[in-house]
Design a protein around this ligand. Sequence first.
Ligand code: SAM
Length: 314
Amino acid sequence: MSVTVKEITQKSLPPLVEQLMNDILEKNPLHKKIVSVSLEKMTQEEIDNLETYIKFNMKKGLTVDYLSESYLMFVFDTMKEQLYFQKHKKYRFSTLAEVADSVYHDPDYMSKYVYGIAVSCFIWPHHLGMLRYFNETVPTQKKGTYLEIGPGHGLFFMSALANTGFDHFVGLDISETSLGQTKEIVDFFLPDKGSKYSLQLKDFLDADQLESNSYDAVVTGEVIEHVEEPELFLRRIAEIAKPDAYIYLTTCCNAAVIDHIYLFRTPKEVEDMMDECGLKVVKPFYLPYEGKSVEECLEKDLPMSLAYVLQKKS
Ligand SMILES: C[S@@+](CC[C@H](N)C(=O)[O-])C[C@H]1O[C@@H](n2cnc3c(N)ncnc32)[C@H](O)[C@@H]1O
């Protein structure tokens, strides 16, 4: 008999969160430590947000079983890639062609993958940390156009729509599945905002109608490690952002995931590249692998998430 969530936390959990955690523990008892640490670090408000997110998915016809399965698929595939990385010191794939069909263009896989990432944004301390950092730094009074590249599950995009005063919000993604999830979450929670946003199925690098110096915010979470030439991506961000734009970017180093194709080994590599591409770091935030320090992560090539508020260089 597997452990239940009540045995590993003192917190009182709303029913669907309890069910999701019990499902995760039953399917993967080795997840006990992660569930326990995650619940410890989540605020009551964040736990309630997860309850609301599960409820929303159930209204769409999904089940708690599907969400736990999606999350554990993401966990399992990530662990497999991390073992590959530790052994070979490189990511398994390095071109978009190698991952496009099996990930982005496989609707069943992509759907579970994006729901898996969404659940991780509620419960993994480093993913939750990046969402918190975004909510803390995104300007609430700024006007103009907000652009998000690769909104995926839509949690950042929805938060921007709900909490900021930009006039228009644009999301670009190469995956129809991701755009579908973003649209569903926004339309469900913010039904009055339909006229304020548009979503487009596009590769950011091919979206040549984006005008230079025209975006007041450019947000891209966990995308540049998914492209073959992040330099092109960063240069393009610097080109389209207005001089005073809010620019928020997250990425990672030594963090293998099935479709991570560009390996950054240190934060310095990321920061040097940003600098060369016309972006200045205003505020960096390093989120080391749970329980480790930044130094240990660097010494042992352990995964680390990196979040940045950036400014276009003059
Ligand atoms: C790992 S998810 C990140 C989701 C979310 N932004 C976050 O921070 O959790 C990456 C998303 O970027 C999209 N993506 C990858 N390459 C892209 C590109 N070149 N242009 C636009 N979207 C891209 C993927 O389809 C996916 O939805």
